[in-house]
Design a protein around this ligand. Structure first.
Ligand code: PGA
Ligand code: ZN
Length: 433
């Protein structure tokens, strides 16, 4: 179906900052709308998010330029194209932009069009988005599988004014059905409220809807979560495990090469930090560590992965068996959903899982390429929101379309987080798993 018109405009995200929303209209009257998310602990290798820089509007964070690029430059070029040719549309936008990091139009402008085209195509095909995506990207016809949610019930780092050095402490319920995992997560979230209250700790929430109490140490987070899991009637370590996103680039001092954990009052070398993680893994049911080291500390990543992946190194040409099994070492700021960075990681034997964020790379098709490469090399796939979100639920459909292993979309509060979980509930009822 041919594209009739494309229109972008400025809206606000969950932090009250401007972001881009795009509406795509097709010749048959079908429409697709998508809103672009925005990170706070953004990786330096991500595609560029274009901001106006005019301090008189939104402190310079306006996105009117990005919207103009959509409306005045890209829209006229894309109008008339077949919406199902998503790869051609995405490719054309990259070509028109002409830069490595989409720094001409901005990844926010390009992604808005990319996602809205997918929604419009799905509407025209009268298919739910997750089915439509499988169709246009010729994805495996395996049965649908709902991702395991990683729910960020304790927020820290840049998302919560540094109440913890660890940016995210997440629970990972292991029940069979998605709806049971979600219920478990909500019950633990509420039990944690009571525990924090009893201890006189604050129960206000951070950017991703998790509590943000000022704890005495990072480690206390694992104990509190354990208590909450048990208080909610679940077994910690058996039914519910934990995952962290250290977002270590945020507390890495590039000048000294040390990781400055202010809550723990420690300045650690990468070896010492690796040792700390390994102790946590022994003491707590920690199944996944995201960004344990800074985004360019490749050697630390490599050493840590190898320490957890013995026997290593393997003879040339032999498959690394540990990938896809055992503790997950997840590259977010490290890989930035970028095929080139992931390739480097694969060659070096770094990490065994990738975080997928559509706006890190800027088009749906390049996102699919990163997922495809990860799968081919046995890396686990975790679909993710950003700390700045909208009510857009595209990532829920995307997670189901690609059979993602996990989804990270915040805590059990704040509608911009819960809406993604609710969309997954809807999909679960449709595919009746
Ligand atoms: P961000 O955080 O969206 O602020 O980058 C999310 C993450 O680091 O996973
Ligand atoms: Zn992260």
């Amino acid at each position: 179906m041919r594209i009739q018109s494309i229109h972008a405009y400025e809206i606000l995200d969950s932090r009250g900052n401007p972001t881009v929303r795009v509406r795509v209209r097709l010749k048959d009257g079908s429409e697709g709308v998508a809103s672009v998310p925005s990170g706070a602990s953004t990786g330096v290798h991500e595609a560029l998010e274009l901001r106006d820089g005019d301090k008189k509007r939104y402190g310079g964070k306006g996105v009117q330029k990005a919207c103009r690029f959509v409306n005045k430059i890209m829209a006229p070029r894309i109008a008339g194209m077949a919406v199902e040719d998503q790869r051609v549309i995405d490719g054309l936008m990259c070509e028109l932009d002409g830069t490595k990091h989409k720094s001409h139009f901005g990844a926010n402008a390009i992604l808005g069009i990319s996602l809205a085209c997918a929604h419009a195509g799905a509407a025209s095909a009268k298919l739910p988005l997750y089915r439509y995506l499988r169709k246009i990207y010729s994805l495996h016809a395996t049965p649908y599988r709902l991702p395991h949610p990683m729910m960020n019930i304790l927020n820290g780092g840049r998302h919560a004014d540094w109440s913890l050095d660890l940016q995210e402490c997440m629970i990972v319920p292991g029940q069979k059905k998605f709806s049971d995992r979600l219920r478990c997560g909500a019950e633990v979230f509420h039990a944690l409220y009571d525990i924090l209250k009893k201890r006189g700790l604050t129960v206000g929430v951070g950017d991703e809807g998790g509590y943000a109490p000022r704890l005495k140490s990072n480690e206390e987070a694992f104990r509190l979560i354990g208590e909450a899991v048990q208080a909610a009637g679940y077994m910690y370590g058996k039914q519910v495990k934990v995952a962290i996103d250290a977002a270590a680039s945020e507390f890495y001092n590039g000048k000294t090469g040390r990781y400055e954990m202010n809550v723990d009052k420690k300045k650690l070398s990468s070896d010492e930090l690796g040792k700390l993680y390994r102790r946590w893994m022994k003491q707590y049911p920690l199944i996944s560590l995201e960004d344990p080291f800074a985004e360019d500390d490749w050697d630390a990543w490599k050493k840590f992965t190898h320490q957890l992946s013995s026997p290593f190194p393997l003879p040339r040409g032999e498959r690394i068996k540990v990938r896809g099994k055992g503790t997950m070492i997840v590259g977010d700021d490290l890989f930035v959903t970028n095929v080139e960075r992931l390739k480097k990681g694969i060659e070096m034997g770094v990490g065994n899982a990738i975080l997928i964020k559509v706006n890190q790379i800027g088009t749906l098709s390049e996102t699919m390429d990163a997922i495809d490469l990860a799968r081919k090399h046995d890396y686990r796939v975790i679909l993710s929101h950003r700390s700045g979100e909208t009510a857009d639920t595209t990532i829920a459909d995307l997670a189901v379309a690609v059979n993602a292993d996990y989804i990270k979309t915040g805590s059990l509060s704040r509608s911009e987080r819960v809406e993604k979980y609710n969309r997954l509930l809807e999909i679960e009822s449709e595919v009746s798993l």
